[in-house]
Design a protein around this ligand. Structure first.
Ligand code: MRU
Length: 347
């Protein structure tokens, strides 16, 4: 069964509502900006690469009925839409990259009629979707070279089909290796507080026929000590110029544990997750989310004492020194990262 996380269907943004998984696939058709903003905020649509596509399609939805009589007025409206979408979640570089890509298309076509610019914005958003499908497959192919037959791979959060258009980054590597008939086993961290690993990663790996075992996040060290893990592969939300990488909270823990247990730790991500304007992880804004995500189990029923103080960062930053290599759509990047990231993306 082919799964498309996001698509433009009947003049609406169609997403899979990821908060309804794994109970079943429910599609949500979005035709206005506010509904999209809420869908991003509430993780109905989530994962860095897919947020790039959502932001670009959202830009079109936001300006499609614009009556701006001049290009400058139109750009002001587009900027306003971009600012609004950008206020939904701060960490994933791809979301802002998606907004920048459509703004650039508008600017590059300044002389054209506004109705044409609008249609070019939609085309660009659709190109972002197509580009992601290609780059994830490249990441998969490059990454699969690092995977041996019978490898046992640990991952966190969901960096798969549901975080991209239809393939995945970290899970794309696993899918490609599996396709090459390598016998892979996967351990998925449940990924508290919102359980993307338990709800999403196990769901899609099972659907694809992979051997997956779910663990609580706190079990990773014990597994590693027992010698059961050969590699850790994670996704990324934003990678600084020096290689420091923000990803789902708990990723840094895994990187530290991997170093201690001498297990390779790989970060798989497309070029659109790299932010060369930020020198190091210190410059990455980490989203802090609603305390109820911790005090109430997935907003269903309270699991913590009423009124308890909560710290709920959605992401953490893994120091570049803990990363064995980056698996990107431009190839594998090895240390020294500052030099090699620059070299890779300035080509
Ligand atoms: O809060 P989420 O579910 O959007 O967090 C997603 C992650 O941390 C992913 O690992 C990351 O975006 C990479 S997805 C290919």
């Amino acid at each position: 069964m082919e799964i498309r996380t996001i698509a433009w269907v009947n003049n609406k943004i169609r997403i899979i509502d990821q908060t309804k998984l794994p109970q079943g696939i429910k599609y949500l058709d979005i035709k206005d900006l506010k509904t999209l903003w809420i869908a991003i905020k509430e993780l109905k649509v989530r994962g860095a690469p897919v947020l790039g596509a959502a932001a670009a399609l959202g830009s079109f939805v936001g300006i499609r009925y614009s009556r701006a009589a001049s290009f400058n007025r139109f750009m002001q409206e587009l900027e306003k839409v971009a600012k609004y979408i950008g206020s939904s979640r701060p960490t994933a570089r791809n979301l802002f990259w998606g907004l920048e890509r459509v703004k650039k298309i508008a600017l590059d076509n300044k002389g054209k009629p506004i109705r044409i610019i609008k249609s070019m914005i939609l085309k660009e958003a659709q190109a972002i979707i197509q580009d992601d499908r290609v780059s994830c497959r490249k990441i998969g192919s490059y990454g699969a070279r690092l995977v041996k037959d019978a490898d046992v791979i640990l991952t966190i959060c969901n960096a798969g089909i549901l975080a991209t258009i239809d393939y995945g980054t970290a899970l794309g590597v696993i899918y490609r290796a599996h396709q090459q008939r390598k016998n892979i086993k996967v351990y998925a961290c449940e990924t508290r507080p919102l359980l993307q690993g338990a709800r999403l990663t196990t769901w899609e790996l099972q659907k694809r026929g992979l051997d997956v075992t779910l663990i609580c996040d706190s079990m990773a060290a014990t597994l590693m000590r027992s010698g059961k893990i050969d590699k850790v592969i994670t996704g990324a939300d934003r990678i600084a110029a020096n290689g420091d990488s923000a990803n789902k909270i708990g990723t840094y823990n895994l990187a530290v544990l991997s170093r201690y247990h001498k297990i390779p730790f790989y970060v798989a991500a497309p070029a659109s997750s790299f932010d060369l304007s930020i020198k190091s992880g210190q410059g990455i804004t980490i989203e802090e989310r609603d305390p109820r995500e911790i005090t109430e189990l997935f907003f269903k029923k309270p699991i913590a004492v009423s009124g308890v103080k909560v710290f709920n960062p959605a992401f953490d930053v893994t120091d570049q020194g803990l990363i064995s290599a980056f698996i990107t759509d431009k190839g594998i990047i090895k240390p020294p990262y500052k030099k090699n990231i620059q070299k890779t993306f300035s080509k």
